[in-house]
Design a protein around this ligand. Structure first.
Ligand code: G3P
Ligand code: CA
Length: 319
C-alpha cells in the first residue's frame, strides 16, 4: 500500500462517518416536532396496584416490590369505610381480595362502605393471591391487611424512597367528601406542599377531578381516565379539549391508544398513560405510539425497557 492510500483510507472513513452522523442528526431534527413522541425520553413506570403481578394487589408487600423494582409511582385506588377512613382497595366490595365471606358470612354484598376500619382490619388480604398465583405465593402474604392511605404514607416516608403516589378516587359519587378527606390527609402529612412532585391524582370521574382542581395546588397533576365505553361514539377532539380544561394528562385503556390519539393529546399538552400494559409486546407497541408512561402489574419489565436505547425514528428499542 503506498503512502497516498494510507492517508486516503482514514480520511475517507472520517468523511463517511461525518456524512452518516449528519444524516442521523437531520432525521432526528425532522422527528423532533412530532407530537407523537413522549414529552420526556423517560417513560414513567406506574406500578398498577403496586407490583400486583408479583404480590397481592394493594398490600404493603406489593408496594414494597414496586419500590424495589424502582417504579416511578405506586398506583393507589381509594375507597371509604363506613367510619370515613380512606383505604387502598380496587373493588367497591371486599369479596375478591379478602376472606370477608368467611369472616362475615351474613354481610353480603360485602361493600367497603358497609364495614368499619376495625372490621376490615380483621381480614386477610393475601391468601387469595397465594391460591390464584401459586408461582408467586409467599406465606407472609397471609398476614397482609388492607392498608389505609395514612399507613401507606407512613410506610413510604419510612422507606425514604423516591417513588411517588398515583392516587385514584374510586366511585367518588358514593363517597361524598372523599376529595376533601384525601387532600386533608395529604396536607396533614405535609405531603402536598413539601413534595409537589410526589403525587398525581387520577379518576374516571370528571366531576371528582374538577373538584380536586379547586382544592389542590396548581402544580399537582390531574389525570383523566378513560374506559372504552366512555369514548364510544365520542369525538376525540371534543373529548381531549374538555380534558385539557382541568387535566394535565389522560389515561386511556391501552386499546384506545393510536398515533392519532397520542398526537392529539400531545397537541393539547396532555401526557398519555395507558393502562394496564402487562406484556413486553404490549409495552413495545405503546412505546412505538409515543406514550409518556404506562400502568403495569410488572413494573420491572418496563424499568428494563427504559434502560434500552431507542432509535430516534420509531422509539423502538435496540436490543
Ligand atoms: O388507574 C389506571 C387503571 O388502574 C384504571 O383501571 O380498574 O385498574 O382502576 P382500574
Ligand atoms: Ca386504578
Amino acid at each position: 500500500m503506498n503512502k497516498a492510500t494510507i492517508v486516503a483510507i482514514p480520511l475517507l472513513l472520517v468523511l463517511l462517518a461525518s456524512y452518516a452522523s449528519n444524516l442521523w442528526a437531520a432525521d432526528d431534527v425532522k422527528q423532533k416536532p412530532s407530537t407523537r413522541h413522549p414529552a420526556s425520553q423517560h417513560i414513567t413506570v406506574v406500578a398498577h396496584r403496586g407490583a400486583s403481578g408479583y404480590a397481592p394487589e394493594h398490600t404493603l408487600s406489593a408496594y414494597k416490590k414496586a419500590l424495589e423494582m424502582k417504579a416511578d409511582y405506586i398506583e393507589l385506588d381509594l375507597h371509604m369505610t363506613k367510619d370515613g377512613e380512606l383505604v387502598a382497595i380496587h373493588d367497591a366490595t371486599l369479596a375478591r381480595t379478602t376472606n370477608v365471606e368467611q369472616v362475615y358470612p351474613n354481610r353480603a354484598p360485602w361493600r367497603v362502605r358497609d364495614f368499619t376500619l376495625a372490621e376490615i382490619k380483621r381480614l386477610d388480604a393475601g391468601t387469595w393471591f397465594n391460591k390464584m398465583f401459586p408461582q408467586y405465593a409467599n406465606k407472609q402474604y397471609r398476614k397482609e391487611k388492607i392498608p389505609t392511605l395514612q399507613e401507606v404514607i407512613d410506610w413510604l416516608a419510612r422507606s425514604r424512597s423516591k417513588t411517588a403516589l398515583y392516587i385514584e378516587t374510586k366511585d367518588p359519587n358514593i363517597y361524598p367528601g372523599m376529595e376533601e378527606k384525601l387532600v386533608g390527609i395529604l396536607k396533614k402529612n405535609r405531603y402536598l406542599y413539601l413534595q409537589k412532585s410526589k403525587v398525581i391524582f387520577q379518576s374516571f370521574s370528571e366531576a371528582s377531578l374538577r373538584k380536586l382542581q379547586k382544592i389542590v395546588p396548581h402544580d399537582i397533576p390531574l389525570i383523566q381516565l378513560y374506559s372504552p365505553a366512555m369514548l364510544k361514539g365520542q369525538n376525540l377532539d371534543d373529548v381531549l379539549d374538555r380534558a385539557a380544561e382541568y387535566a394535565e394528562g389522560v389515561a386511556p385503556d391501552q386499546s384506545l391508544v393510536t398515533l392519532e390519539f397520542v398526537q392529539k393529546a400531545h397537541k393539547r399538552h396532555l401526557v398519555v398513560y395507558p393502562y394496564t400494559v402487562n406484556t413486553k409486546e404490549e409495552m413495545l407497541k405503546q412505546l412505538s405510539l409515543g406514550v409518556d408512561g404506562m400502568f403495569t402489574d410488572y413494573p420491572d419489565q418496563l424499568v428494563e425497557l427504559n434502560k434500552k436505547k431507542f432509535t430516534a425514528k420509531s422509539l423502538v428499542p435496540i436490543f
